[in-house]
Ligand binder design. Sequence first.
Ligand code: SAH
Ligand code: DHB
Ligand code: MG
Length: 222
Amino acid sequence: MSQQQWTAVDDYITGILIGADPVLDAAQAAADAAGLPQIAVSAPQGRQLQILAETLGARRILEVGTLGGYSAIWMARALPADGRLITLEIDPRHAEVARRNLHHAGFAAIAEVRLGPAADSLRQLADDGAEPFDLVFVDADKASNPLYFAWALRLTRPGSLIVVDNTVRDGAVADAASADPSVVGVRRLHEAVAAEPRVSATTVQTVGAKGYDGFTLIRVRS
Ligand code: SAH
Ligand code: DHB
Ligand code: MG
């Protein structure tokens, strides 16, 4: 099995189940033109986020790690007209591209990009007494995953879903000896989730255009 094959299958899935998507293609092109790293979720993963949000009946979505707004557009598509998506980004260039992309996608009224370190923006949301979010998508600096999980728990309610991207990392998540801060971050995340009686969770391994990785689904139960 090879990366070439995983990419071919993602191309097949995208072609047959997702099809042409000029809005997302334009958003991706704008991100590429601005020189943003090509680390957005794939189209099949984006559709998965949309389906999860729709299944939850989500009205409020929080994202940690915006990049150019690609995953944000997928999730915003699940929201009702009076829904709300708040996405947190530390890099002003990324935030600017994302704002433009969300605007062009028609979500200027419901989507907001908050600039700054996510840890600060999350504290601010809690201090402001933000209404609970139905879905939180964590996809920023992996070393901070345990911290983002703790804030996500505070900012959700029983029944909410927390999704964390990139939690397998080429299988390195199973390497207890790894000194890579991202790997340590996803291992600490698993330990924190395991120790938290208010949630049940699983991690699903994936292959695809973005390589061998995975995501963690955390259901808030109480
Ligand atoms: N969710 C996006 C991809 C996010 S890539 C998508 O799939 O389309 C990760 C993003 O997290 C990058 O834009 C990076 O600048 C941002 N990031 C990294 N550290 C951060 C921090 N401490 N606070 C907020 N954002 C951060
Ligand atoms: C990286 C970050 C991501 O969010 C991702 O989906 C893939 C790669 C990275 O930092 O390399
Ligand atoms: Mg990611």
